[in-house]
Design a protein around this ligand. Structure first.
Ligand SMILES: C[S@@+](CC[C@H](N)C(=O)[O-])C[C@H]1O[C@@H](n2cnc3c(N)ncnc32)[C@H](O)[C@@H]1O
Length: 409
């Protein structure tokens, strides 16, 4: 089941207001490459969020012009090595019929002939074997995909399109005596992967300065480093509430993504040990640094850790090595919410309020202190609830009987 009321660390779904739109200003497109084949791509203006944050567009990868084929559906040819060029467009409206892009800044004096014997001319029908600066290029048929996703799609602006990679060029009929080309642009795959979806929010990793933590196993490499984890937005350190907690490293605006983390594993009560067996030694060491509330001295600590730290994802519970360090606060006093990106299997934590530097960041595990004690065995010290008495705790404990270890969420 998705995150929601039945979540062991249950919270409301993250639902940014419609004002949270990332809108792009008119981009000017520029794709360039050097003779080594390394290419950079940039759009000059930054995008702006409603919260006033500014973000830059990411850089793209290698431009490749097809050397032998002009068939845009021919992927093999599109990706074949060929002449590399710089393409500078002087347009902010790529779908405009009249828009033009001019070739400029060739990496050599000429693209006539390259070492691999591909020639510029071979890319085009006809006899022309050179392209000169100021040849015009029709952007009419450029293949594009939106770069930024705006929750309110009815308001989607055409300026969100971004040309990211020069993939293929075809000579068209001359217009007014000027050579005219069609460009097919492949969208850089990395850019597609650059986006993380959290509820209705789409986060561009490159503009949020975040990366997916633990995407490739364990980062940082040492498990003990996770106890001092600091990504410039938040840090893990000892909490006055209990054990470790997560704290703002600097003043944070509302709706700032502060942590994006890949799950370590997802398990249910039947396959927990199987899943634990798949962890690397390093991951297992990190896992065992997490807090585990044992309901009895006979309870296996590994199961207790899973039960204490799991987030309900689908039919199982997922563990996050840094995300597990968030402590709980009651009654809407949590300042962070979270949402799961199913495709990338990562959790995104986003501030819900302005948070001053140094403050502890809290999520919300559950509804009330009784539920918290029953499920996780702790007496809430968040300061925003009345807590529960010693007698109430004693009355709850029998419910922790054997067999309830896995099923009680
Ligand atoms: C998911 S872990 C959170 C990180 C934990 N403090 C640590 O040191 O790793 C959950 C545990 O943190 C403690 N905890 C979290 N929120 C708390 C709160 N509001 N009051 C008291 N203890 C809390 C409890 O021991 C709980 O079982």
């Amino acid at each position: 089941m998705p995150l929601g009321d039945e979540h062991p660390l249950a919270m409301g779904k993250f639902n940014p207001p419609s004002s949270l739109r990332v809108t792009a200003m008119k981009p000017t497109y520029e794709v360039s490459s050097d003779s080594s084949g390394k290419t950079s791509s940039s759009t000059s203006p930054a995008s702006q969020t409603s919260s006033g944050e500014t973000s830059s567009y990411p850089t793209s990868s290698v431009d490749k012009l097809s050397s032998t084929s002009c068939n845009p559906n021919d992927k093999a040819h599109r990706n074949a090595p060929g002449p590399r060029a710089s393409l500078r467009t002087h347009t902010s409206q790529p779908e405009d019929v009249g828009s033009k892009a001019s070739f400029a800044d060739w990496d050599g004096k000429s693209l006539d002939q390259e070492a691999n014997r591909s020639t510029v001319g071979s890319m085009f029908h006809g006899s022309n074997r050179t392209i000169t600066p100021n040849d015009s290029v029709s952007m009419r048929n450029a293949y594009r995909k939106p770069y930024l996703i705006v929750p309110d799609t009815s308001k989607k602006s055409k300026y969100e399109d971004r040309l990211t990679r020069l993939g293929y060029v075809e000579r068209l009929s001359d217009i007014d005596g000027k050579r005219h080309y069609r460009i097919v642009l492949d969208i850089d795959k990395e850019l597609e992967e650059d986006r993380v979806h959290a509820g209705s929010m789409t986060i561009s990793l490159s503009s949020s300065n975040l990366f997916i933590l633990n995407k490739d196993g364990l980062q940082p490499k040492l498990a003990s480093d996770l106890e001092e984890f600091n990504n410039g937005l938040l840090q893990v350190k000892k909490s006055p509430i209990s054990g470790f907690g997560v704290f703002a490293v600097r003043d944070l605006e509302r709706l700032t993504p502060v942590l994006i983390e890949r799950e370590l594993f997802n398990a249910n009560s039947f396959d927990l040990y199987q899943k634990l067996d798949t962890l690397t030694k390093e991951q297992m060491i990190a896992y065992q640094t997490l807090h585990g509330h044992q309901r009895s001295s006979s309870e296996d600590i590994r199961a207790a850790i899973w039960r204490t730290n799991r987030f309900s994802i689908g039919l199982g519970g997922s563990v996050f090595l840094v995300g597990s360090r968030f402590n709980h606060a009651c009654k809407g006093s949590n300042n962070v919410d979270y949402s799961f990106d199913w495709k990338k299997r990562c959790m995104v934590f986003v501030t819900q309020k302005k948070v001053p530097a140094g403050s502890e960041l809290f999520i919300r595990y559950g509804s009330d202190p009784h539920h918290l004690f029953l499920t996780w065995g702790f007496r809430c010290a968040c300061g925003h609830c009345t807590g529960i008495t010693e007698e109430e705790c004693e009355a709850i404990k029998p419910a922790w009987g054997e067999g309830n270890d896995f099923t009680m969420w």
